[in-house]
Write a protein that binds this ligand. Structure first.
Ligand SMILES: Cc1cc2nc3c(=O)[nH]c(=O)nc-3n(C[C@H](O)[C@H](O)[C@H](O)COP(=O)(O)O)c2cc1C
Ligand code: SF4
Length: 391
């Protein structure tokens, strides 16, 4: 019997050679906000390792959305590198997507060109940052930036873009009542909190013009008290289906306050403290991190119950992500009506994961959910702790 994982399937304009997608997982390989040889080499290796599509992690649509200095920024200077990256992946027979986003209140002043902003200017303990309230003119300008970044993705040869509307990034900050206290047409009612998302998606769909697939990564639940839950998620999924997007990536969590909800598994606080460059902040994380960050135990396919509620309500392709370690769980998820599966940690642990599953050499990933790779994000290149000796 053929495993469904290895069968081709359509995602909007695209036919993927199988149902596996490397999820957007920050590589830390874009010094000066530009594509490096390491970034190309990593995505080429994942493509050679058998995935249907790989996703380049968070690329900011504008300077004001930068939070790390080794993070991509979609500007003209980045285009030649992006072209080299898409060519390298295509040569290995895989498709390539790029995650486009803005981080709002998580932006770092020294990189973003000014004080960070958010839907509402309230203190963010977890930054710590004190963003100012974003103006309507700035909102309009960022909507346009999403369109510009999508056009650049087309020009660079990407097959898809993934709009980051989850994890407490800027779009998610508008959706969530925890971070959106606006009194204008972008705040208050659920309809109003969805306005920025709808405007971004319309701009992106127009810019894409059927030349690439458009997917959206969204939250099933923010994982924080008072945040969006599954009822809002169902309405957001229906809204996005109506707007014509080609697929939804179903995730959850708010990285600025509930990061473990996204990931699950060990809380790597000492490693995180070690890699934070600002010593005072590192010490703060070491002393208070375990009181501020709620632990979330790992279990396979940890979003399944909520994701099934979305599956019941929409028809568009759904992409499952979160804790897919074994072939048995992957097949179960696909048999329940999900069209594609995304992997972050299994492919950080081993870019050959998909081919090894296909050849029957392994039945599950060797990732132990130590989350070292996450903790290291602050200053280092993405690497699995089990391969540190290769550095
Ligand atoms: C090192 C690392 C970096 C990540 N960076 C991003 C990111 O830039 N954007 C995003 O949407 N998710 C990010 N994630 C979350 C993953 O895309 C994925 O949703 C999560 O790891 C669960 O999938 P997994 O169990 O296959 O790892 C990151 C995860 C890891 C491990
Ligand atoms: S460091 Fe390696 S083992 Fe730990 S979570 Fe990341 S990929 Fe898995």
């Amino acid at each position: 019997m053929t495993n469904k994982l290895f069968t081709p399937s359509r995602l909007g304009t695209l036919e993927l050679r199988n149902r596996s997608i490397r999820s957007a997982a920050f590589e830390g390989m874009a010094p000066g906000h530009l594509v490096s040889d390491d970034l190309i080499s990593y995505h080429r290796s994942v493509a050679a390792g058998g995935v249907g599509m790989t996703t380049v992690a968070y690329a900011s649509v504008s300077q004001s959305g930068l939070s790390f200095n080794h993070q991509l920024w979609m500007r003209r200077e980045a285009l030649p590198g992006l072209c080299r990256l898409t060519e390298a992946v295509h040569r290995e027979g895989a498709a390539v997507s790029i995650q486009l986003g803005h981080c709002g209140l998580m932006a770092k002043r020294s990189l973003s060109g000014g004080k960070c902003f958010a839907p509402s200017g309230r203190f963010n303990l977890y930054g710590p940052t004190w963003p100012r309230t974003v103006t309507r003119e700035e909102i309009r300008s960022i909507v346009k930036d999403f369109g510009g970044a999508t056009r650049m993705a087309v020009e660079a040869g990407f097959d898809a873009v993934e709009i980051h509307a989850g994890h407490g990034y800027f779009i998610s900050q508008f959706l969530s009542p925890v971070t959106n206290h606006r009194k204008d047409e972008y705040g208050g009612s659920f309809e109003n909190r969805c306005r920025f998302l709808r405007e971004v998606i319309r701009e992106v769909m127009q810019a894409a013009g059927n030349r690439l697939a458009v997917t959206v990564k969204m939250n099933l639940s923010d994982g924080v008290p008072g945040g969006c839950g599954i009822t809002e998620a169902i309405s957001i999924a229906q809204l996005l289906e109506k707007e014509g997007v080609h697929g939804l990536v179903l995730s959850g969590g708010f990285v600025s306050s509930a990061p473990m909800y996204v990931m699950r598994g060990a809380m790597p606080i000492p490693v995180m403290a070690r890699y934070i460059k600002n010593r005072l902040m590192g010490l703060g994380v070491l002393l208070f991190g375990r009181f501020l960050i709620k632990p979330e135990p790992f279990s396979e396919a940890y979003f399944l119950d909520d994701a099934l509620k979305i599956r019941e309500k929409v028809k568009l392709p759904l992409i499952f992500v979160g804790g897919l370690n074994s072939l048995a769980t992957i097949e179960k998820v696909l048999s329940l009506g999900f069209d594609f599966v995304q992997f972050a940690r299994p492919l950080i642990h081993d870019p050959e994961y998909i081919n090894k599953l296909k050849r029957g050499e392994i039945t599950q990933s060797g990732c132990q959910h130590s989350n070292y790779c996450i903790a290291r994000m602050y200053s280092g290149k993405m690497v699995c702790s089990q391969h540190l000796d290769q550095e």
